[in-house]
Each structure stands twice: as C-alpha cells, then as structure tokens.
Design a protein around this ligand. Structure first.
Ligand code: C2E
Ligand code: MG
Ligand code: MG
Ligand code: MG
Length: 293
C-alpha cells in the first residue's frame, strides 16, 4: 500500500494518475507504429467556387484511426509529430496518399474536370531541404499534373526565416505546384511576404469568416483580405464557411473559393463519390463541349 508519507513518489505508481511526459512518450511510440502500420487516414474536404457552387478540388486532412482511442483529429498528434521529427514520415505518407487518391478520382471520372488536391505542410517539412525533391518524386511516380497540387503553408511556418522560406517556396514553385498561405490573418508578416513570396492563394482564417455579418470588424478584415489577395493577383479562399449568411457575404465581398461545414465536412474518400457524381466540372466547357450534368 502506498504510504502518504508527505512525499508524492507513490503517485507515480497510481494508475489513475497520468504523467504527461509518460503519456507523451507512449503516444509517440504509438504514432510511430501507426504510420508504419497503416492507422492513418486521409479525409477530404471539398473546396467550391463560391459563385457557381461547383467543386474545384479538395483539401487533404489527416486523421489517426487509433485502435483504442478512436478517430483522432490532427490537433491530437500533429504537434507531437512535428516536435519528434515523425512529421517527415507522416507528411510523406499523406502527400503520397492524397496524390494517389486524386489520380484514382481522375481515372474514375474521366468526363469531369481534374480534381485539385491541397495538402498541408508543417514548419519542419518546409524547413527540410529534401522536401522539393520528395514532392517532385511523388508527382512523377503517380504521373500527377503538378499544377493540380497546392501545398498549404501557414504564416507561422514562414517564420523559419525569409531566406530559407523563399528558397523552399521557390524550389516548390519550380516544380509547378501551387502554394497557399493557410490561416491567413493569424500570423504576423502578412503584407511583406505576400509581395515577396510566390504564393497563389490566400486562405482566410475561419476565425474571421465566422464573424461575417455578426462582427463588423471581422467583416472588414475579410473584405480587406480579399482585396489584398486580388491586388497581388492571387485567389482568396474562405475557410470554415458554416452558414448561408456567410456564403452570401463572401460572394458580396468577391471571395473566390470556399470550404466549410456549410458545404461539407472532411470526409473519407469513398463518401465523396456523391460529390463527384453531383457536381459538374468547374471549368468553362470546351468546344468539343462534353455537356456537364
Ligand atoms: P487547416 O489546414 O487550417 O484545416 C482546416 C481545419 O478546419 C480542419 O481541421 C477542418 O476540418 C476544419 N474545418 C473545415 N471547415 C470547418 C467549418 O466549417 N467549421 C469548423 N469549425 N471547422 C472547419 P482539422 O482536420 O482538424 O485539421 C486541423 C489542422 O491540422 C489543419 O488546419 C492543419 O493545419 C493541420 N493538418 C491537418 N492535416 C495535416 C497534414 O496532413 N499535415 C500537416 N502538417 N498538418 C495537417
Ligand atoms: Mg489547410
Ligand atoms: Mg487553415
Ligand atoms: Mg486553420
């Protein structure tokens, strides 16, 4: 029996108490096995053209189907992966799986326009000098058109330093892939790097989108983000669109693309089949004019 001797050493052996450091170590071991053992899943969230409502592509979002803890969101393990360096393997797996899926969709739906795929990159991935070569080899292996892939980078990741970031983005850009600034408005150096870095789209953070029509400050921020994007010749994407009011407000502000629960939650690949069946290709019909649904 534990003696409450005034020292807390016995607590270490009390299974009802958990030590965060021990938990972390256990989770790390589990995550390592999960990557190798196929417990990771990629969910896909549709991205739509705001005006037409048509599907333009999807964003790949990783999940961990943990054998006992259930389906875990990225917030439960991405940071750990990042800190431990496992993000390299995890990120490589997600990219490979997402590109493979885009190729499967394209093959299954030859009459529809190609599906654009967006994949998130973490800071450590961006800082990895091998990243561009790896991305290039994934594209080549799957025969995927680089212009259909967009890599999403947060403002915070760009804090690896302007030279390093510029070098990494330049090398990725040279592959022909698109680049997006994720969670725009939550970081710091927004204006400077939009001019400096070769990005193609700006994703307005959900925290501002959710205040549309309710909070005039948020509405003004979203309006200026859209204007800013257009001023530098790139697309504005609204994240986390949940209501019809937000959708209408965004159309009024001339925002280009949207994602959010209003359209669809992130879904497993097979559950997106109905989206592909339902939505006509979001592109102007060619002269040969295969009529859309
Ligand atoms: P993110 O890239 O900004 O992705 C958007 C997040 O918002 C996703 O959360 C998505 O499920 C959620 N979301 C989308 N629409 C709505 C909405 O209408 N309302 C609300 N409340 N939420 C919405 P998720 O999937 O939990 O991912 C969280 C973050 O984890 C992502 O933020 C991204 O930064 C990171 N992440 C996800 N997958 C990966 C990955 O494969 N690699 C890396 N490095 N990071 C990833
Ligand atoms: Mg993202
Ligand atoms: Mg985001
Ligand atoms: Mg976000």
């Amino acid at each position: 029996q534990a003696k409450a001797s005034g020292r807390n050493t016995w607590e270490l052996h009390d299974s009802s108490q958990s030590d965060p450091a021990v938990d972390r170590l256990q989770l790390l071991g589990e995550l390592r096995r999960a990557i190798a053992g196929g417990e990771l899943r990629v969910y896909y969230q549709p991205r739509v053209n705001l005006r037409s409502g048509n599907l333009t592509g999807v964003e790949a979002l990783v999940r961990w189907e943990h054998p006992t803890r259930g389906l875990l969101p990225p917030s439960d393990f991405i940071e750990l992966a990042e800190e431990s360096g496992l993000i390299r393997e995890l990120g490589a797996w997600v990219l490979d799986e997402a590109v493979a899926q885009a190729v499967r969709w394209a093959a299954a739906q030859p009459d529809r326009g190609p599906v654009e795929m967006a994949v998130n990159l973490s800071t450590r991935q961006l800082a990895d000098p091998e990243l561009p070569r790896r991305v290039g080899s994934v594209l080549a292996r799957h025969g995927f058109n680089p212009s259909l892939l967009t890599l999403e980078i947060t403002e915070t990741s760009l804090m690896i330093g302007p030279e390093a970031a510029l070098k990494a983005l330049g090398a990725l850009k040279a592959l022909g892939v698109g680049l997006a600034v994720d969670d725009f408005g939550t970081g710091y150096s927004s204006l400077t790097y939009l001019r400096q870095f070769p990005v193609d789209e700006l994703k307005i953070d959900r925290s501002f989108v959710s205040g549309l029509g309710i909070n005039s400050g948020d509405s003004a921020i979203v309006a200026s983000c859209v204007q800013l994007a257009h001023a530098v010749g790139i697309k504005a994407v609204a994240e986390g669109v949940e209501t019809e009011e937000q959708r209408e407000a965004l159309i009024g502000l001339d925002c280009d693309l949207a994602q959010g629960y209003h359209y669809a939650r992130p879904l497993p690949a097979d559950e997106l089949a109905s989206w592909f069946a339902m939505e006509s290709p979001d592109r102007t019909p060619t002269a040969s004019g295969a009529a859309a649904l």
